[in-house]
Each structure stands twice: as structure tokens, then as C-alpha cells.
Design a protein around this ligand. Sequence first.
Ligand code: SF4
Length: 365
Amino acid sequence: MTAWDDPKTIQILQRSLREWYQTQGRDLPWRNTTDPYHIWVSEIMLQQTQVKTVIPYYYRWLNQFPDIETLANSSLESVLKLWEGLGYYARARNLHRAAQKIVHEYNGVFPQQLSEVLKLPGIGRTTAGGILSAAFNQPVSILDGNVKRVLARLIGLQTPPKQAINQLWEVSDALLDSNHPREYNQGLMDLGATICTTNNPSCLLCPWGDYCHSLQHNLQTEIPMREASSPLPKKEIGVAVIWNDQGQILIDRRPQDGLLGGLWEFPGGKIEDNETVSACIQREIAEELGINIEVGKHLMTINHAYTHFRVRLNVYHCRYLEGEPEPIACDEVRWVKPEQLSDFPFPKANTKIIDAIVQGSTSQG
Ligand code: SF4
């Protein structure tokens, strides 16, 4: 019999985790509320971002969008602007869409049924479990990245967690304390975040040490097992900062769907094989905006890594020559003054370009 199918052991694990959480759990802003909207926002922000980064965004968000209805009635642009710098912008777009769905289909009240919560954009099984257990004390299990690591170590999982997701969900379900699901799930998250950390877990302080397969067999550094990883592909991009004679710059808004959807950017595109950066920029601008430009001085080169690829942005000052800019491959185009750039939500990789433009235009007077 293993730890997660022996009722007595399960009870001990549940109780020891709860007692540990009551004295060692983290005091986080979203723990002092049972408002499902607040908890939902925190869960989404925490999906790919660390707690200390999330906290100021969480407060700013609730200040600007204090309830579901306000969020639903706000523009997507204001939502993306607030999210700027947090990355993974699909999260913000989904929060906005889900708020509209809740207003239209649930009278603005966050649903309490797991099956209904799972229909909301951007909410998967573990996020639903996090929200329902924290807001309504419902016995719904969770399995985020931290929890996968804790459970993999606890049971001594001999494959990478990705290849054993069903098994890990079974363990998470089996261990869930149905009498205290809120405290149990939050304790489990905190155990992963503060004790059973990726490197150097503090096993001596762990409430589960006596039952942990990895600790008993000294396998904490080997488990969870890693997948063999291949290097990320790299894309070379030509980027144009296009100036007109009035000292304005042309920016465009990316289509809603896809990577960085709805964000503004400096136009450009992928450099083809055997193409120079200048030729790429001229071609992309003609194809995507229908105008002719002259490529001028190099402004900067930026390397940036996304989850599945890396990019190198080769940024050039350009001069507008002729044609009426049209949003052929984007949603909108606009001429703006350098000082207006900060009013628009841009991807993180573009921040350095904006800083250089603003500094350049200020130093030129
Ligand atoms: S004993 Fe160590 S490896 Fe096992 S769950 Fe606790 S912190 Fe993680």
C-alpha cells in the first residue's frame, strides 16, 4: 500500500499539512478575502508569475476594475495597458472575455459549479480548483507546477510529471482534505512555494518528511525528472520606427487572436533567408501597411525569449515616403508623438525601443 491509498496515512498527511499551514502559511492579499472575483484575478496573475511581482499588479487591477461588471465594461486596451509588463497577455484578454460572459450569462455573479467555471475563458482545472476551494471552500483539487513537484517527490514519481498527469491528478484527488479544502489547497501551494522548492528543498522543515519517498531515498534532486529539452528556435525580425515630417511615429495594433494579440507594436516582420534587414523592413511595411519608406540608421538590437522561441529585433529608424497607411495585416494603425507612446500597451520587448525614442527626441530638444 502506498501513502496516497492508505486512509490512515492520508489523514496524517492532511492533518500535518493543515497544522503546518496554520502557523507557516503565507499571508497574501488574496487570502484575506473570499470574494471569488479577487481570488480569480490572483489565480490568473499567479499562473506564470511570481508572488512578489503579482502583488502590486493585483492591487492596481482591483483599484481600476473593482468588480466583474466594471471589468466587463472596460476597453480591452485599458485592460492590456494595466497588464503591461506581466507577460502572457492571453491571460488579460481571457479575464476580460470571461468577465463579459459572467455579466451576460450569470448576471455578473461568479458561478459556483465546477462545470460552469471550466467554461470560462482562461480557466483550466487547477485554476478552477484554486478559486472554488479558496472562495467557497469546495473540495476541488489542484495541480499547478508547484503541486506537481511536491506530489512527484512525495510518491517518488519515476517519470517526468508531464508524462504522468493523470496519475498526479489521482494523487491530488486522493490526498485532498474534503473537510478543510481551502486550508489544504493553500497549504499545498505554500509547501511547494516555500519548502519543497525546485532547488534545495527544506526537507527538515517539511510536515510530510516522514512519508516522502524522495526524502527517504535521497532522491530530492532527481525528482521530479526532467524532460530532455531541445534549444528554442530563433527568429530574426526587422522592426521599423517610421517617422513622418511632423515628428510622429507609426504604430500598429496586432490582431486580437494569437501571440501578443491586441497589443501595439512597431511594424516589421521576419527576415527571410538571404534577405537583408533593410529589404525585409521595406517589404514588410509595403505588404502590411501599404506604404513606402526609406530605411535609415540602426537604432538598436534586442534579444528576447518567449516560451517557445527567441527573437532578435533589428530596429531601424525609417522615413515615411508615400502612401496612406492601411491596417492590412493588423487591426489598426496610428501616427503618434514619441511622448504619447507610453499611453499604449506594448509588449515588454518594445519597452527599450520606446525609452530610446523618447530619450532621443528629448535630447534633440
Ligand atoms: S520531504 Fe522534501 S522532497 Fe519531500 S515533500 Fe517535503 S520538502 Fe519535498
